[in-house]
Design a protein around this ligand. Sequence first.
Ligand SMILES: *[C@@H]1O[C@H](CO)[C@@H](O)[C@H](O)[C@H]1NC(C)=O
Ligand SMILES: *[C@@H]1O[C@H](CO)[C@@H](O)[C@H](O)[C@H]1NC(C)=O
Ligand SMILES: *[C@@H]1O[C@H](CO)[C@@H](O)[C@H](O)[C@H]1NC(C)=O
Ligand SMILES: *[C@@H]1O[C@H](CO)[C@@H](O)[C@H](O)[C@H]1NC(C)=O
Length: 245
Amino acid sequence: MASTTTTTIALVLATLLAFTTSGARAQPLAPAPTPAPLNLTAVLEKGGQYNTLIRLLRATQVEQQINSQLNNSFNGLTVFAPTDNAFNTLKAGTLNSLSQQQQVALVLYHVLPRYYSLSTFQTTSNPVRTQASGSNGGVYTINVTSTPSQANVSTGVVDTPISNTLKSDFPLAVYSVDRVLLPYELFGAKPPAPAPAPEKEKPGKSDRSPTADGPSAAVGLKGRGAGWSFVVGVVWVMGIIGSLL
Ligand SMILES: *[C@@H]1O[C@H](CO)[C@@H](O)[C@H](O)[C@H]1NC(C)=O
Ligand SMILES: *[C@@H]1O[C@H](CO)[C@@H](O)[C@H](O)[C@H]1NC(C)=O
Ligand SMILES: *[C@@H]1O[C@H](CO)[C@@H](O)[C@H](O)[C@H]1NC(C)=O
Ligand SMILES: *[C@@H]1O[C@H](CO)[C@@H](O)[C@H](O)[C@H]1NC(C)=O
């Protein structure tokens, strides 16, 4: 009687054990064939306060670029994610004042072409390359200063701490920042930008008509802008020559 009970209990236990073990063995096999693709948007959505950034990533089509880079990159990526509040505190019209190409650059400025954990930032030398570059191909950079527990990002216009880690798991690191990282190349103090090329399609309207005050004033400003670029260019070239001597 007692031995029958013992046998029954032993059988039940053995059966349970068999089920448990086979279940445990089956589990790791199931998800293996389909590793979920890394998805920056999903990380940001989970964070709950990055809707403006998500919208910008979509509008500029940087979203696809990043997700496919994540899929193919051996170096991984690091993304600085400004909060919705960070975008709200920008001066009104800041985003709209940018051309489409500059908006793309602004978004890419928040992406580094490597995975950086907070500790790797400590051994990284400044300046750090971002994914953004200007129309002349010059790569935009940031500076990062860090201690084991804290890191600051500086653009030359904005200096802000990394306030939170949303994800830090190779190949993707996503860090929350409370300010939009404004590239010096787009927002720094600088002489009049040489970007708007002087209009050449109206050769008839020359500055030889000083009576027309409106247009000639505009031409005058443009002339001054060109003068500045020339001066800056000469100083720059002289600097290079100087450094060669
Ligand atoms: C990434 O996640 C977003 C939001 O969850 C989703 O809309 C999108 O389809 C996902 N993309 C890929 C490639 O899985
Ligand atoms: C990731 O890469 C694999 C192979 O290179 C490709 O088949 C797949 O479509 C890619 N997935 C995404 C989301 O780009
Ligand atoms: C980051 O910036 C804050 C405030 O500007 C400063 O107090 C802190 O020491 C800086 N930390 C590092 C690691 O540079
Ligand atoms: C970034 O760091 C480099 C090297 O230390 C320095 O020359 C440069 O002035 C720094 N730029 C900014 C914006 O802090």
